[in-house]
Design a binder for this molecule. Structure first.
Ligand code: A5P
Length: 233
């Protein structure tokens, strides 16, 4: 396993230490969150945990969880999640995030919003001083609204790029497209988030503001745990 994969694994596995038997756990999507799913599966298999139910944030994660025999449920059955564990593309000092480069931001945000606690796990490359410095803001859009919404997002100052997969528009688990919005700067992420969300045709965006309670970030020099001290909510 490469050093980077090891860092992702360390962060994800530390978050899984907070899972207790009987919990409903939000299972994130991406190359970091996958290690949490695998660790949960291993703990369930060896009896270190029992009666855990996972709520997957994507079809991909659901398949991974099935492979590791993590029992799955739905939000219909479990509308309140005890703990969600997920990765991120950017994490600022107040634990505001950009998520969605893995394409699952809508279900991720729904699961996170239903969670009593959300822990974000990442390697140190994801830490930024200001959101928007190394990642675009993905915006999930109903296909019917593609062009007017793209023009609207451009009017907010973004360079808008429709996400592609194998030469065709990327389609999310909910049947929508993603417009990746590259902003030169995001001085007021909450204002930008509100403006994006206000436009009909936009389903959700990848700005997760005031949602993460804790970040577990693994780096070459060790693991740091950050707790949110200030809320934008
Ligand atoms: C999935 O849609 C994303 O929000 C991921 O959580 C995010 O892209 C982090 O993924 P990695 O852990 O693969 O970097």
């Amino acid at each position: 396993m490469s050093d980077l994969e090891n860092l992702k694994r360390q962060a994800a596995e530390l978050a899984v230490e907070k899972v207790r038997s009987g919990m409903v756990v939000g299972l994130g999507t991406g190359s970091t969150a996958v290690y949490a799913v695998r660790r949960l599966g291993a703990l369930l298999a060896e009896g270190g945990l029992t009666d855990v139910v996972g709520i997957p944030t994507s079809e991909m994660t659901a398949r991974e969880a099935e492979q590791w025999a993590v029992p799955l449920g739905t939000l219909d059955d479990y509308p309140i999640i005890d703990l969600a564990i997920d990765g991120a593309d950017e994490i600022d000092p107040d634990l505001n995030l950009i998520k969605g480069l893995g394409g699952a931001l809508l279900r991720e945000k729904i699961v996170t919003a239903a969670a009593q606690t959300f822990i974000v796990v990442a390697d140190e490359r994801k830490r930024v001083e200001r959101l928007g410095t190394q990642s675009p803001v993905p915006v999930e859009v109903i296909p019917f609204a593609r062009r007017p919404v793209a023009a609207y997002l451009a009017s907010l100052g973004a360079k808008v790029v429709e996400r592609q997969s194998n030469g065709r528009p990327f389609v999310t688990d909910e049947g929508n497209i993603l417009l990746d919005c590259h902003f030169a700067a995001l001085p007021e992420p909450a204002d930008t988030a509100a403006l994006i969300k206000a436009r009909p045709g936009v389903v959700e965006h990848g700005l997760f503001l005031g949602m993460a309670m804790e970040a577990i970030i693994a780096g070459a020099a060790g693991v740091v745990t950050l707790k949110r001290t200030r809320s934008l909510k």
